[in-house]
Design a protein around this ligand. Structure first.
Ligand SMILES: [Zn+2]
Length: 435
């Protein structure tokens, strides 16, 4: 167990920010030595010696995912032999981003402090953990989490969710971990597999589920807590900058975890604001300096004191980045934040698992909206009722956006069993697309 553990849980924000500033200042220095920022500072005539506080940091232009994708090696801050792991993300454009990670060791307390404080927030210390380690996709979170468990002396099993959910469920039943670190859509699938075999999911003996990798929806929490008899702990992080941004407290406040990054929200003109686009400046991965990295998500930072006594700001109204989907209905095109609309729809109905896909057929113009649901709790008549109600609601949203469209769209809403929709790297594959 590491000796130096950071604990800012009940600290005054002044003190936390003073500590964070020292980390950010060191990150600025490291950044000034790598190619990407050398070029940027020269171009923008930025002298980092003149940046004395977080206000000054705002002078630095935002770094984007595209910057990282264009030349990942220009962000490399360590000689190659000091790199612990290399991860890669293949994005929608096909060009992977490369992430270089420094070793995780007890001498660097930031990341270990994140995990210890997550457990402390729940007065819970796992006896043995199971980590769903995606082999495809980004693949960054699994090895990092496994290493953390090793250093915290928590034995863990890592499982690849690309293997069948059925086999995964069997292994978990044999191992009986009390902690699952998993994406909620994969956890739901495991529970469903067990129930299909008439095995009570509580037999797994899971006490806590750390939800990671995708947004945790109200329905998933409800489903997993009820079926597993476990506490579901929501966390929010980002793999590219290697940061753990927030996790819940016992009062369900998503408090920032100040240990691995400085988080700010900016308005559309790039100025600091309580609500807006999230930018992170990580400081716990010295192998790859990033400054004011744009995650693409939006949120509000609520600095008011929480019922739990923490003064660490809470992230509220978190909206994951979403490119509007263009729907074509009778030669008219309407662009909708489809994911947001469907999430709201799903959250209204606790009986369904809230994972959805949306297809429109280009040729016939017919649209299909598919939701996964736990059929063990749904009679056919109840299913039909939900399908009809979702259809009505969706068409009325469409109609309110564009007159005549609600009536013109040929839509079928269908509930299917959990696991029917494709998953990749333990996450549900988004298919809000035309086919
Ligand atoms: Zn709280």
């Amino acid at each position: 167990m590491p000796e130096k553990i950071l604990d800012f849980e009940k600290e005054d924000m002044q003190k936390v920010l003073a500590w964070q500033w020292r980390q950010v200042r060191a990150a600025l220095k490291r950044a000034s030595r790598i190619k990407f920022y050398k070029d940027l500072f020269q171009k923008e005539k930025i002298n980092i010696e003149k940046i004395k506080d977080f206000k000054g940091l705002e002078l630095i232009p935002v770094t984007t995912e595209e910057d990282l994708r264009a030349d990942s090696y220009s962000f490399l801050g360590y000689p190659m032999k000091k790199i612990w792991r290399i991860f890669a993300t293949s994005g929608t454009t096909g060009t992977p981003k490369i992430i270089f990670r420094e070793p995780i060791s007890p001498e660097r307390p930031e990341i270990l402090s994140v995990w210890i404080n997550i457990f402390r927030r729940f007065r819970f210390w796992p006896e043995k953990a199971a980590i769903m380690r995606p082999a495809g996709g980004l693949a960054a979170s699994g090895p990092v989490t496994a290493k953390i468990m090793e250093l915290l002396e928590i034995p863990c099993i890592t499982l690849s969710p690309e293997s069948e959910a059925e086999k995964t469920a069997e292994v978990l039943l044999a191992v009986k971990p009390d902690l699952l670190v998993v994406s909620p859509s994969f956890a739901a699938l495991i529970v469903y597999e067990l129930k299909k075999k008439k095995i009570n999911p509580r037999k797994l003996g899971v006490r806590a589920v750390i939800s990671t990798g995708e947004a945790l929806r109200a329905n998933e929490r409800f489903y997993l807590e009820k079926e597993l008899g476990a506490r579901v702990i929501n966390t929010y992080g980002a793999a590219d900058p290697s940061v753990w941004i927030a996790s819940e407290c016992e009062k369900k406040g998503m408090h920032i975890l100040p240990y691995t990054s400085y988080v700010e929200t900016v308005d559309s003109s790039g100025r600091k604001s309580d609500e807006g686009e999230l930018l992170v400046t990580p400081f716990a991965n010295r192998a790859m300096p990033l400054l004011r990295y744009r995650l693409g998500d939006r949120a509000k930072l609520d600095g008011r004191k929480c019922a739990c006594g923490r003064k660490l700001p809470r992230i509220t109204a978190l909206e994951r980045r979403e490119k509007p989907t263009a729907l074509k209905v009778e030669r008219k095109i309407v662009r909708l934040p489809l994911r947001k609309i469907l999430t709201q729809l799903a959250d209204e109905e606790p009986k369904i698992s809230s994972f959805f896909n949306f297809h429109t057929d280009k040729v016939s113009g017919r649209a299909r909206l598919i939701f996964e649901a736990d059929f063990y709790r749904l009679k056919k008549s109840a299913r039909k009722k939900i399908e009809d109600s979702f259809k009505k609601k969706f068409l009325s949203v469409l109609e309110s956006r564009e007159k005549g469209m609600g009536k013109a769209m040929r839509l079928e809403v269908k509930l299917v069993p959990i696991g029917e929709l494709p998953r990749r790297a333990a996450k549900l594959v988004s298919q809000l697309t035309e086919t």
